[in-house]
Ligand binder design. Sequence first.
Ligand SMILES: Cc1cc2nc3c(=O)[nH]c(=O)nc-3n(C[C@H](O)[C@H](O)[C@H](O)COP(=O)(O)OP(=O)(O)OC[C@H]3O[C@@H](n4cnc5c(N)ncnc54)[C@H](O)[C@@H]3O)c2cc1C
Length: 296
Amino acid sequence: MQDIVIIGGSFAGLTAAMQLGRARRKVSVLDTGLNRNRYAEAAHNIFAQDGTPPGDILARARAQVGSYPSVDLVAGQAVQVEGEPDGFVVRTAAGELIEARRLILSYGIVDEFPAIPGFAESWGKTVIHCPFCHGYEVAGKPWGLLYSSPMSLHGPALYANWTDDITLILDGQEIIEEERRKLEKRGVHIENGRLAAIRHDSGILDGVVLEDGRELALTALYAHPRNRPSADLHVQLGLETKETPTGIMVATGELQATSRPGIFAAGDLATGMHSITFANYAGSMAAMGALNSLLD
Ligand SMILES: Cc1cc2nc3c(=O)[nH]c(=O)nc-3n(C[C@H](O)[C@H](O)[C@H](O)COP(=O)(O)OP(=O)(O)OC[C@H]3O[C@@H](n4cnc5c(N)ncnc54)[C@H](O)[C@@H]3O)c2cc1C
């Protein structure tokens, strides 16, 4: 029986595994290798690793975490989970059963790309979701923001740190007159029409085409597509969830504890604030939560 099984071995899961390995706990980390930012050439806004390809950071982390003898890194998918503290059972797609006293869920989320030609190809390159991650490189250039929820209306005030040339594409949605006036006062251009296509060369944006055929020259397009958890294990376990503007997340309390004893969640799966640093932090807290609960 393992002390802890971690499902999802990326920024959150490997941070938890490092902490638990150093505490000499028996840990299995299951991972399918599909970290959410794998589309980006470089990861930014990370302590001591700014500009490093995400795959390189994870490869280094795997090598370091895997060197702890009590940590077992398993390339595999968890498909089923059940049980109670001191008796959880995780089934992998290969049919292996792993028993554990505690669980950490860190399997992340999947972005659901809209069916706009060029969107998927440009995602993580010039169609981006976070200015702290990828805004500096395109600062001072014309940016677009694709409306996805009322949260989008807060974007232009934040983006003003990077550029004063911002076009909000409402994509057929309505906004109230007061919001429209506020944005226009800030100098934001507003396009009511729907986005029909993204013009790009190997993901490098050149502009966008609206449904009426007009083209806008843009260097970057900010977008916040709907997302969903990467697996349904939290549903199998009956965990409480919370709404976010773009999907759902697993609800957690102190030390990343979920609504069920012995189960902790970390990373994008358990927050609306998506970044590597937050995932590292939550992974570390989940490890502490799991460790503390093993001492009880
Ligand atoms: C395009 C893009 C660029 C980004 N750039 C940056 C950036 O520059 N800086 C920054 O701070 N943040 C960036 N982010 C955000 C960052 O990627 C996430 O916050 C971070 O990846 C969250 O880490 P995580 O460990 O929670 O999830 P993930 O990194 O998504 O990892 C989840 C892991 O779980 C695995 N998994 C899923 N289901 C299962 C299962 N059933 N069994 C086993 N394993 C499973 C997956 O394969 C994956 O390896 C970016 C996001 C995107 C979309």
